[in-house]
Design a binder for this molecule. Structure first.
Ligand code: SF4
Ligand code: SF4
Length: 389
């Protein structure tokens, strides 16, 4: 029986990964998204005798870029003389390159798809929130919700945007060009406020395409009660995973600012949803992460993700989160044993450091006295001597 279950876990894992890769290739082809490439800094042709229009033609700049750089309010402004703008050549060059970067960023975005994704995120997270609050998430429903999130936000709607991308791309773009792309900042704020601050790590739990894929794989390797692994599962000490995550974030930021390099790009696991651009190295790294997800809960989130790190800091002040009622809790430890990571143990005992809680609801489902809930408010302090250590 156990052997059969192990075989089934491996079979489901293989079917899932092949389906994600094949269906994502088809989806990318249908959307036909433009690749994201940053323009390199240009030497500009600049003569005092030029009009703004001639300057634009000589440097192949669109009217939108000219409008942005020279603050033009009407097409007639294009006939104005370049020398009359009083913009020093160096400043002009910096402004043009900044406008070109913003233009390229804009052009690489499929705004229709982004709008659809955000609306669906709000709806999907709203449904998950309601179900969790009402204690309605069973193991089967959890698997269904995770599968739905992978299909919708990853396979159908693609790798971009993603919660991780809002942090990573902002750091890399600013480090490389000193340009801030405002829509990305807005997306990051919405995700952090709506998806973390209001409800503990909700965007990661139920909306992030790669986070939910890892979670789904982990659940494929669990018994029907979602209490323990079929193949062995390991809880990595949070001090280890979080230290690695902090160091990785520092390296990512340093390499963006000092060497204009994107450290994540060669290992970006979200590329599983655009398999046609996968190189061998990236493919092998993603494969290792996916296999690891059978045994360790969300390895990318815990060890590498910059949004995971930002979210972990913000979840300290999340409004809705997991609570324990110590009046009815019988200290049986069922919740911390079933929790996929070390976080429930820390919440239960009110440790000083609380690891990432992905609001999965597993602990709520296994508590024999229904002492765990997902609600707003301050967490209770356990009575002295309630737990052995
Ligand atoms: S922590 Fe995990 S779930 Fe959250 S954005 Fe990063 S990859 Fe996605
Ligand atoms: S404490 Fe653990 S089991 Fe409970 S919701 Fe958080 S991650 Fe899930």
């Amino acid at each position: 029986m156990l052997k059969e279950s192990k075989g089934r876990t491996i079979l489901f894992f293989a079917v899932l990964i092949v389906s994600v890769v094949v269906l994502s290739s088809i989806s990318v082809d249908i959307w036909g998204d433009a690749p994201e490439t940053l323009p390199s800094d240009r030497e500009l042709i600049f003569l005092d005798s030029m009009t703004i229009k001639e300057f634009g033609e000589a440097n192949q700049l669109s009217n939108a870029v000219l409008k942005e750089v020279f603050g033009l309010t009407s097409p007639e402004g294009l006939q104005g003389s370049l020398s009359g703008t009083d913009i020093p050549a160096e400043t002009l060059s910096a402004e043009v390159n900044k406008a070109l970067v913003l233009e390229a960023e804009n052009a690489s975005k499929n705004w229709k798809k982004i709008a659809i994704k955000f609306v669906l995120w709000i709806v999907y997270l709203g449904v998950a929130f309601f179900l969790l609050k009402k204690r309605k998430i069973t193991p089967v429903m959890r698997t269904g919700l995770l599968l739905g999130a992978v299909a919708l936000f990853g396979v159908i709607l693609g790798a971009d945007p993603s919660p991780m991308g809002t942090v990573k791309d902002a750091v890399v773009l600013f480090g490389h060009t000193k340009v801030i792309f405002p829509p990305r900042l807005i997306a990051f704020s919405i995700m952090l406020i709506g998806g973390i601050l209001v409800a503990n790590k909700f965007i990661c739990a139920w909306g992030c395409q790669f986070g939910t894929l890892q979670d789904l794989i982990f659940r494929l390797n669990r018994d029907s009660g979602d209490r323990r692994g079929i193949l062995p599962q390991v809880k990595v000490p949070f001090s280890v995973s979080n230290s690695i995550r902090i160091v990785f974030f520092a390296l990512m930021t340093l390499s963006a600012f000092l060497w204009a390099t994107d450290l994540i790009d060669p290992i970006d696991p979200f590329k599983i949803f655009k398999p046609l651009v996968l190189g061998i190295g990236t493919g092998l790294f993603i494969a290792a992460l996916l296999v690891a997800s059978l045994f360790v809960y969300r390895p990318w989130c815990h060890f590498f993700c910059p949004f995971g790190l930002a979210g972990w800091l913000v979840e300290k002040i999340s409004v809705y989160r997991i609570h324990v009622d110590y009046k009815t809790c019988i200290a049986c430890d069922a919740c911390s044993k079933a929790c996929p990571s070390t976080v429930m143990e820390a919440i239960l005992k009110r440790n000083r450091t609380i690891p990432d809680c992905f609001s999965c609801g597993t602990c709520m489902g296994v508590c024999p006295t229904q002492s765990i809930s997902f609600k707003a408010g301050k967490r209770q302090i356990p009575p002295a001597g309630k737990f052995k250590d």
